[in-house]
Design a protein around this ligand. Sequence first.
Ligand code: MN
Length: 202
Amino acid sequence: MSFELPKLTYAYDALEPHIDARTMEIHHSKHHAGYTNNLNGAIEGSDLEGKTIENILTNLDLENKAVRNNGGGFYNHRLFWSVMSPNGGGKPSGELAEAINSTFGSFEAFKDAFKKAAATQFGSGWAWLCVLKGGKVEVCATANQDNPLMPSIGCGGTPILGVDVWEHAYYLNYQNRRPDYLEAFFSVINWEEVAALYAQNK
Ligand code: MN
């Protein structure tokens, strides 16, 4: 059994004008496909073969750079596509909204914290909204293709929202204007999916 590149549930141009079709096509069909193929190559014939990606990352040996980089890349992008939608934007409601308000005070304060974590991640990486067991949420960022499931990464819990701040995620349309890309990302966030992930992992 090997990992497969997940199909998008929307067209490459569906997130325009916030995220352009060319960026989406290259990002999914080249970058994510590359991580997926390289992950399969890295685990082939090893005792990791046949395990879930969550199991592989939770028990990861950080010195195993091929699995760290490509397993992270496979998982991170799969989450990223799922938390965006052409019908996205707005704000969460229900228990996720309550958890965000409990930690940050308001949705706007959460948005500021998330955008700051993403904007100040030096070089390539990701910013996350994570849920801890018990339901508390927190924001953090990781470098490269690391993520909060990995042990001792300085960022805990289960990620329920992630934004890719590698330049390949925004450079064609936004060049060096990462903050503009982050503002646009909030116009496509699929809060229904984020809320479902919160409920599953709290
Ligand atoms: Mn990417």
